[in-house]
Write a protein that binds this ligand. Structure first.
Ligand code: SF4
Ligand code: SF4
Length: 234
């Protein structure tokens, strides 16, 4: 019903599924039928998506958003035809950009996994309402997106501090924490979407979760060394 529903996830899933281009058509800006102005949200998602595409070496012209009313059928047809022409001229997805197929696939998978994190980090800009098309390209800069990926946050549970209260594992939205009674908890980094919930909910008296910016995450304890020996019992 509304381009406000358009998510970065839809865009990158389309590319992962082999689409050469993604075209999004929404209502004219400032002519939202409701109160949500979701078309600005779609615009910002597209502007962000284009910069992420540049970051991984893809031609950002493979992604386009247009705004029009339901009475503008001919404009819809013209812009779609123009888009198809331009995407055809760019050529097959990834190959034309000289990207290795497997390398691109893993980059797209990584982007899809990190979308919740990317949206948290960019949330202020994603709520912008830039009316002047001349300013759209400045909403996100290449440097900013490069920095976002180079300083990516990771979360780590300090085995010396974790008391296996299980709070973090119960609250993790993607079951990325290996949890068992009396066992030091471990974050599975390849599953973690970096939402930061574990850091927020770990009781202050334990403060076992650490936020790491850009650096490597320490290796997890081997499984046979995760049992917590309680001092009283000892
Ligand atoms: S940051 Fe913590 S709560 Fe969020 S997904 Fe990663 S492990 Fe789970
Ligand atoms: S909330 Fe903190 S103390 Fe409790 S299991 Fe998770 S990391 Fe360990």
């Amino acid at each position: 019903m509304c381009t406000g529903r358009v998510d970065l996830g839809f865009i990158f899933r389309s590319f992962s599924n082999g689409m050469d281009g993604v075209y999004i058509a929404g209502c004219r800006l400032d002519e939202c039928k409701y109160i949500t102005q979701g078309n600005y949200h779609a615009l910002n998602m597209v502007l962000l998506g284009k910069k992420i595409m540049e970051h991984i070496g893809l031609n950002p012209d493979r992604l386009r958003v247009e705004f029009m009313s339901s009475a503008e059928g001919s404009r819809f047809a013209e812009t779609v035809n123009d888009f198809i022409k331009k995407v055809s001229a760019i050529g097959p997805f990834g190959k034309s950009e000289g990207l290795d197929e497997n390398g691109l696939k893993s980059k797209l998978n990584e982007i899809e996994r990190l979308i919740p994190y990317i949206k948290i980090v960019t949330r202020e800009k994603l709520s912008s309402r830039l009316k002047d098309p001349e300013t759209w390209n400045q909403l996100f800069t290449k440097e900013e997106i490069d920095k976002l990926f180079s300083e990516i946050i990771s979360y780590y549970i300090d085995p010396e501090k974790c008391q296996a209260c299980m709070t973090c594992a119960k609250r993790c939205p993607v079951e990325a924490i290996i949890s068992a009674k009396n066992q030091v908890h471990v974050i599975e980094q390849e599953k973690c979407i970096k939402c930061g919930t574990c850091l927020e909910v770990c009781p202050t008296k334990f403060s076992a979760v650490t936020k790491i910016s850009g650096g490597p995450v320490p290796a997890p304890l081997p499984e046979d060394k995760r049992t917590i020996v309680r001092k009283k019992k000892e």
